[in-house]
Design a protein around this ligand. Sequence first.
Ligand code: GAL
Length: 337
Amino acid sequence: MSRTLYKIQSSIILPVILFTSLPAQPQQIIRPGEVWPDNNGNHIQAHGGGIIKLNKTYYWYGEERSKGLDTQYRYVSCYSSKDLTKWTFRGHVVKMADPENLGRKWVLERPKVFYNKKTTRFVMYFHLDNGSYKVAKVGIAVSYQPDGPFTFVKSFRPLGHESRDIGQFIDDDGTAYLVFEDRPFGFRIARLSEDYMDVEKEMSLVKEHMEGGAIVHYNGLYYSIGSALTGWRANANKYATAPSLEGPWSELKDIAPPGTNTYGAQSTMLIKVVGKKSTTIIFMADIWKPATQWDSRYLWMPLEIGKGKLWVPEPKPWSLNIKTGEWKYVAADPKKQ
Ligand code: GAL
């Protein structure tokens, strides 16, 4: 073969070989209810969690419930992601010993982190309690980095009320709110103070008992969701709508076929992904496994939402395009992450 012919042939053949032998790009899939591996291959430990977005990075904080942790401490884990699908473990951002003599079974649950632009501090709220859930307070811990370490500052009852499950909501104008379950009265929505170190103003009291409370602002309406009070057992989660955070709130309606008990999950947050083509609201929920908490799973599904209606479609593997904001079901599931 002449030298020139060889060159011509290889310049044609080589790219063809390279192209055909390249492994298929792994599909980035969210699989509701399945083990969700982080960058190290470990199941994500961010139960009862919350998510914030800073620039292009999402941070997911939640309860760390791995096996074999030192039982005198409570841990909060942090994960980061650019696409809400592949998550990098950023460490245990909280490793806290009982801060207030609450006893061996003390509780730190549902951590929610807010970033305060003015003070440049990350302010974490969490449910702080004793083993019988009688203390009913929020705790606050702060850090100057998203990945901690967070230092405990104080605990209190927001606006003097009992507070167990909490949720976070940041409105489109950047204002930060805490939602909390006040057992004697209902579900409260309250604005944080300017430095986020306090709960300052009540917006609404929804006279319904809702745990795992979450809110989203979508096309001019506020949607709040939550679960009934059945502990770790799943129940039929509900939603209400209002034209403003001050209400008036509509009656509660189902978010999924009630017989499925929200497909075995409990709400924890609503994430709004505003892309170039579409806006997707993700229902983020926990499938608790009380006897094997480390194996508790996540149920994330894009919502059908609009004009006062909200519905969680039947959970199936799906993928999200973070740039366009579009999502789709993944028909053939190649079991690769
Ligand atoms: C649930 C609550 C969880 C945890 C659990 C304890 O209702 O949402 O965060 O507190 O009860 O039984």
